[in-house]
Design a protein around this ligand. Structure first.
Ligand SMILES: NC(=O)c1ccc[n+]([C@@H]2O[C@H](COP(=O)([O-])OP(=O)(O)OC[C@H]3O[C@@H](n4cnc5c(N)ncnc54)[C@H](OP(=O)(O)O)[C@@H]3O)[C@@H](O)[C@H]2O)c1
Length: 217
């Protein structure tokens, strides 16, 4: 499948790498395709195409958004013109900024979410929230000795949600919960901040949430 990944940071590189390893054709979107720093960041991703966001969006059959909150509007504004209508757009982001102590604070919540903002800015896409609740390093093939962590997914367009779930499975996720509508991203985005505080308290970034069940179901 032709997949566009917007963002060249830890999340974009981790997901692009996992997708390349599974045989997908991956175009990574950036503000500066010629920038040596960007080229260096992507050097390990053999076979990836690096291009401006709007060009990466053009031929995408599926897309992933991995941009900090301060870049959400600008990058969404670039891709909305070229992303084919009806494309599933997986939003792996969290609407956070560093607070006074350097720890993240949610920028929006309660009655809106970054995912809903993204949906408004790219109305032709079907936005699905996923991947935002754990470290980039654990987004692909999440191997934890105590068992698989839980991926929380939500979105308003069921076929798009199912496509995102299939992609999660392909990337090694076995426990995936479809929470419901995209407004539930308000909760999973808040959970991402709790994840940071949990990691700090646990003394490791290599932690993830898992829903435990009394019986197999
Ligand atoms: N890092 C994690 O472990 C993690 C985990 C869960 C969720 N998240 C969320 O996932 C998203 C991506 O995280 P990340 O750590 O990969 O982000 P990042 O490294 O801070 O940024 C990703 C890329 O976004 C572009 N960018 C940065 N600032 C921008 C701006 N103001 N305008 C437009 N583009 C900008 C840059 O690419 P170019 O310079 O190439 O344009 C950068 O490489 C964030 O929303 C984050 O909160 C991160």
């Amino acid at each position: 499948m032709r997949i566009a990944v917007f963002g060249t940071g830890a999340v974009g590189c981790a997901l692009a790498g996992g997708l390349l390893n599974r045989g997908h054709s991956v175009a990574v979107g950036t503000r500066a395709p010629e920038d040596p720093a960007v080229v260096a960041r992507l050097a390990d991703l053999q076979g990836v195409s690096v291009m401006a966001h709007r060009d990466a969006a053009k031929t995408a059959e599926l897309a992933i958004f991995a941009i900090p909150f301060d870049g959400l509007s600008a990058v969404a504004g670039e891709i909305t013109a070229t992303l084919p209508p009806g494309t599933t757009l997986i939003d792996a982001c969290d609407p956070e900024r560093p607070g006074p102590d350097g720890r993240p604070v949610l920028v929006i919540g309660h009655d809106d979410s970054g995912a809903e903002m993204l949906q408004r800015l790219v109305p032709g896409a079907h936005v699905v929230k996923a991947f935002n609740i754990l470290a980039a390093a654990d987004m692909v093939s999440p191997g934890f000795p105590e068992g698989p962590p839980t991926m929380l997914v939500c979105g308003d367009h069921e076929p798009a949600v199912q496509q995102a779930i299939a992609l999660c499975r392909e990337l090694g996720w076995t426990d995936i919960l479809n929470l419901g509508g995209l407004h539930l991203a308000r909760l999973t985005e808040a959970l991402s901040v709790l994840w940071v505080y949990s990691a700090l308290a646990a003394g490791s970034w290599d932690v993830a949430f898992r829903l435990i069940r009394r019986a197999d179901n």
